[in-house]
Structure formats: structure tokens, C-alpha cells
Design a protein around this ligand. Structure first.
Ligand code: PHE
Length: 361
């Protein structure tokens, strides 16, 4: 019995004084491990009488419990001390700027797409998408382009080589059809994406970007279309007021159709939103043609709505003063460094779309 007492008197102060977790563990093993002194002592239990076994066993258990309690307390103390020590030495300043690590830039097309999506999503529009390689049905037929209609030629279409009739979509309007075919009513979507036409000069590239808008319900009218677009362009150009003008136009898939111009000046080649200085055409729009609704399985007697589409690249050129569209897609790293955006400046309505209203580099 006194052996147990000896162990107790020796071990408890050792545990209490252990100065590291490894030292603490060493002490524990020296007592309770396979070759530990308490384990050794337990081996003698078989030579004891049943009565002695009982009391000895009890005492051993008590000692074990005491040792493990002291061990746990000391362990917790040492661990806390270790964490505090690490917190002191490993502290990082999360307010340090991350700028020095940023190498890449966000392309103006990506930036402007994000800006437009921020605006439209706040107005309750959902994002929709469609494929770049389209079939004749979605790009033309369902959009009320009859087979021999001259408007088909106006689109300078790229045809796929395999002769299967597929094309590269000439506009994002096919996403209107795909959405009406697959989604339930009412509909309020925008669809940004790549579009393709055989064209190449300062303001045209064979691949360019459009964003399509579509609203279908029972009461939406031309006035809503106008109000919606004015709000979008005010938000996009980050100005109080944008002069706009709607001119009658023609698209096979809208009736009536219109084109929207915005008032602007172009002094010394620089574009500015302005009144009474001139107009620039920025988009096509109109009320969705009953034939298009029918082709997509919607009853035009019950439902109506508007659609619009415009060039994202054109918007980037206007807002950020980039003169030549062709440079957008040349992949010149110096161009991107000049016109690109810092990745962490994510467009958001509540703190200005582009930081400092356009002065963002
Ligand atoms: N798809 C037309 C274009 O590419 C734009 C448009 C979209 C017009 C929707 C009316 C309605 O020019």
C-alpha cells in the first residue's frame, strides 16, 4: 500500500511541474505505460487474497483517477500557454493591402458584364444562358425569320462546316426562345454571351458580346420597357440623367420594334453623356411578336412582354473610352494592364459599380 502512496507523492508534483506537453506525456508513460511503475505494481495483484485484491484495486483506481485528473489539468494549462505563445508570434495584420500580390487584370468585357448583371439582378432579372452553336430554329425560325427573309442575310451568319445546318448564333435572341420553351411564366431574364457575325473594322469584330433581356407576363407594356432601359443606363453610366430617344425600327421578332439612342457628345474623340449634342444608337428592342410567343408554346392572347438586346463591348468602349474594338480581342497584356480592372473591385450597386465612378485603375 505504501508503494502506492510513494508513487502518488512522487508523481503528482512531477505532473504539476511539467514544463512541456512532451515532458508531461513522458511522466504519464512512466507511471501508466506498459512498463510504468503503477503497471508493474499491478502485476503483484495475483498473489493477494481476494479481500486484499479488492482494497488494493480500489486504491489503484483512485490513484489512477487522481493522476489522470492532474494530468488533464496540466495538459490544458500547457496547451493554452502554447496557443497564447503562438498567437503572439504568428499574428498577421489582416488590414495589410493585398495589392502587391495582384498580377492579373479583369478584362473590360468581363467588368461591364458584371456591372450590367449587378444592375439587372437588383431589378429582379434572373441570369439565363444558351449555346454559342445554335440551330436554325432558335436563331431564326422561332424568332419569326421566314426561310427566305432578307433579314437573314443581314446577319452575316457563320455556318458550321459539317453541313448539319447549325450556325454560330448571330445574336443572343435565341436565348429568349430557349427560356420561353423551358421556363414557367412569368419570365424576367437577362442573357449575356458571345455572338458572331462575319464583320471586321474599328467597331466590329467577328466575335462580340451581347446581352439580351426578356420580360413576359400578362400586363407588361412598352412604357415598362422604356422605363426599365432608362434606369439601366442611368445606373450603368453612373449619372443622374441619361437623354434617350426611341426610334421606330424593324426586327422580325418584335412588334412594335424600336431602337434606342442615347444623347452624347464626342469632343476630341472623347465620349460623354450629354444633352442636345448628338445621338448614338445603342440597342434594339420591342414588344415580343405574337408569332414568337406561339412558336415557344405561349398563348399570345394571354401573355405579352418586351425584349431588348445590345452590345456589351460597345458599352465598354463608351463607358471607359476605348477607341478600337479590335484591340479587345488581341490578347495584348499591355492593353489589359491599361484598360483592365483590379480583380477584387467587384461591381456592386451599393458602393458604385466601378470604383470612383469610372476612374478605377
Ligand atoms: N437581336 C437584335 C440584334 O442583334 C437586338 C434585339 C433584341 C432587338 C431583342 C429587339 C429585341 O440586333
Amino acid at each position: 500500500m505504501s508503494d502506492l502512496e510513494n508513487i502518488r507523492e512522487e508523481v503528482i508534483p512531477l505532473l504539476c511541474g511539467a514544463s512541456s506537453l512532451s515532458e508531461l506525456e513522458e511522466i504519464r508513460v512512466s507511471v501508466l505505460g506498459k512498463k510504468g511503475c503503477l503497471t508493474e505494481l499491478m502485476k503483484g495483484i495475483s498473489s493477494l487474497s481476494p479481500e486484499e485484491k479488492k482494497t488494493f484495486g480500489q486504491k489503484v483506481n483512485e490513484l489512477k483517477e487522481e493522476i489522470s485528473r492532474v494530468f488533464s489539468e496540466r495538459k490544458l494549462f500547457l496547451e493554452t500557454e502554447e496557443i497564447n505563445e503562438r498567437l503572439k508570434t504568428e499574428r498577421i495584420d489582416v488590414t495589410l493591402p493585398s495589392r502587391p500580390f495582384i498580377q492579373g487584370r479583369i478584362h473590360p468585357v468581363s467588368q461591364v458584364t458584371e456591372e450590367l448583371l449587378a444592375i439587372f439582378s437588383q431589378m429582379g432579372f434572373k441570369l439565363a444562358e444558351g449555346p454559342d452553336i445554335e440551330d436554325d430554329w432558335h436563331n431564326f425560325e422561332a424568332l419569326n425569320f421566314p426561310k427566305s427573309h432578307p433579314a437573314r442575310q443581314m446577319q452575316a451568319t457563320f455556318f458550321m462546316k459539317d453541313g448539319g445546318g447549325d450556325i454560330l448564333r448571330t445574336h443572343t435572341s435565341p436565348v429568349q426562345v430557349r427560356t420561353m420553351e423551358s421556363q414557367s411564366l412569368p419570365i424576367r431574364i437577362v442573357a449575356p454571351g458571345r455572338t458572331y457575325r462575319c464583320d471586321y473594322d474599328m467597331t466590329h469584330t467577328p466575335m462580340f458580346h451581347q446581352i439580351e433581356g426578356l420580360v413576359i407576363d400578362k400586363t407588361t407594356n412598352m412604357g415598362h420597357l422604356k422605363g426599365c432601359l432608362i434606369e439601366v443606363f442611368k445606373a450603368f453610366f453612373e449619372v443622374e440623367d441619361v437623354p434617350v430617344r426611341f426610334r421606330p425600327s424593324f426586327f422580325p421578332f418584335t412588334e412594335p420594334s424600336a431602337e434606342m439612342d442615347i444623347g452624347c457628345s464626342r469632343e476630341k474623340g472623347e465620349f460623354k453623356i450629354a444633352k442636345d449634342k448628338g445621338w448614338m444608337e445603342v440597342l434594339g428592342c420591342g414588344m415580343v411578336h405574337p408569332n414568337v410567343l406561339k412558336a415557344s408554346g405561349i398563348d399570345p392572347e394571354e401573355y405579352q412582354g418586351f425584349a431588348f438586346g445590345f452590345g456589351i463591348d460597345r458599352m465598354a468602349m463608351l463607358k471607359y473610352g476605348i477607341p478600337d474594338l479590335r484591340t479587345f480581342f488581341e490578347g495584348d497584356i499591355r492593353w489589359l494592364k491599361h484598360y483592365g480592372f483590379i480583380p477584387l473591385d467587384i461591381p456592386a450597386i451599393n458602393r458604385g459599380l466601378s470604383l470612383n465612378g469610372g476612374v478605377k485603375r
